[in-house]
Design a protein. Structure first.
Length: 121
């Protein structure tokens, strides 16, 4: 994760074991722009399925990227970092992304997804 306030950038490998259309070195980049706040915490899949997070697996399955329809002013992790103190609240959206060993949440105006392949010489 890289922060260039008010943008948060996530680079990650795509799961080629689960999705046949990806190869071992395929990556993605998510740019969240005009990010009001974010949380990158250590909640992993084991803890999530044990009920240690505020969402239930039956409602929000682990391992994907979601735009949530929540009141993010009150429904957001306590350990967040604020980038924009007074956001344009009408444009802000709540996103959550589950990684294998971490959970990322943010409130931002939007995102851009870019897919690319690492090349090794």
């Amino acid at each position: 994760m890289t922060v260039h306030a008010p943008t948060v950038i996530l680079d990650f490998f795509l799961n080629y074991h689960l999705f046949d259309k990806f190869d071992e070195h395929d990556k993605a980049r998510l740019n969240f722009y005009n990010c009001h706040k974010y949380s990158f915490n250590t909640m992993n899949d084991e803890g999530y399925y044990r009920g240690q997070y505020r969402f239930k697996p039956s409602i929000l399955p682990w391992g994907e990227f979601y735009r949530l329809d929540t009141n993010w002013k009150i429904d957001f992790p306590d350990n967040s970092i604020t980038l924009i103190k007074i956001p344009n609240e009408k444009k802000q959206k709540h996103y959550i992304f589950f990684f294998k060993d971490n959970t990322f949440e943010c409130v931002a105006e939007g995102y851009q997804l870019t897919l690319y392949r690492e090349t090794y010489v």
